[in-house]
Design a protein around this ligand. Sequence first.
Ligand code: TYD
Ligand code: MG
Length: 440
Amino acid sequence: MKTRTSYACGTCGASSPRWVGRCQSCGEWNAVSEQYDHERIAAPTSLLATTIDEGLVVASGLAELDRVLGGGFVAGSTTLLFGEPGVGKSTLALQAMRSLAARAASVVLVAAEESAAQVARRARRLGPVPADLAVVATGDVSSAEQVIARFRPTLVVVDSVSALRDDRVTAASGSTTQVRAAAERLCAAAKAADTALILIGHVTKDGELAGPRALEHLVDTVLRIEGDRHGTLRIVRALKHRFGPTGEVGLFEMANDGLRELPDGSLSPPGAALEVPGVVWSVTNDGSRSLSVELQALVASGAGTPRRVAHQVSSQRLALLLAVLEARCHLDLGSLDVFATTAGGLPAVEPGVDAALALAVASAAEGFVVARGVAVIGEVGLAGELRPVVGLDRRLGELRRRGVERVLVPAEMAPGSPGVELVTCRSLLDVLEVARPVTP
Ligand code: TYD
Ligand code: MG
């Protein structure tokens, strides 16, 4: 829709409130035409000609983190880094800062919860501290804002955003209103200074949607650190990323001297030497990675209502698989307790591990051992059929690297040259038949 506002002469530029045949200013004939108010018209432009300001990418130097970010932090952008207390947020941020400071980038930690001495102690635990790593212990938003505006550091980390106070906002300290107001001011400051800003937020399992996640729409990138704080595996996942793919994961291991990166193929091979019923290998796709995973099940007779416990695997999928095992594979699990998990704390929640999980339960229930060197891939449908999964080639590549020799796969899938023996199965029943040891 166009908005007619005025008329102007194409020769001398003089404006006129209505159309006239001859310009009253320069006398030119037929030079006056309609003008459009460009302020009010959203003029479409060619996408091809539109310039993209991608910003400067600041690689943290931690390959697993940069992988999740698609290269690094973007200058002027804000990243929310959240996770449960003790999962390793401060450690990861500090390691990224150290790595950047070691390459002479200016980095500042705004410590809102700890004193500078406490931060220094933690930093030294991770190794020698680079001179360019600075700390300011304050919870005052204005001070943090000034640090960003005055020094324009390459990277600023605020640990944590929930501990910031904004004196201009009357709401209680730590309340969503306070935290949001503080975050808004710092995002704006970071943008103006071209500083990459990381806001750390803690969250509890139950309170995921309150607290820091109220900031999700404000920030450019949201990273979550996942992992059992009693275990060592840590997964950094991009839940939102304005500058690249989301869902990408980075793997770390918490050690005595901080988080150690786990590049592809470095996860300690699942499947220790134990050959017991209930253990089956598979491979799960997460982000752009394929990760070998050992599924474990235990079946026990319990008293009263049978318990079904799923850890690191989906409890809905476990329930579905138990129903399919009963209805289509004639297993009687009705009165039994079933426990299912993965070894090593790796989550395996996607349907590609269905068949392996079901086989683990069957093997535990019947007491047979699934041979080592065998892995199972496939989604299980309600009819007991084995369905194809996405990214089979990638999954097979990972299993091959781990020394798997034989893989049970859905019948529809016939990849090129997988380098492992493939056994096609139409159904979960087929999988059980192939995996059960042959009795003479
Ligand atoms: P931390 O980064 O403080 O977690 P968050 O900021 O998410 O609350 O680290 C949490 C735990 O990690 C802490 O309990 C101790 C442990 N840790 C190590 O095992 N090794 C280390 O080098 C560091 C720094 C911490
Ligand atoms: Mg912390």
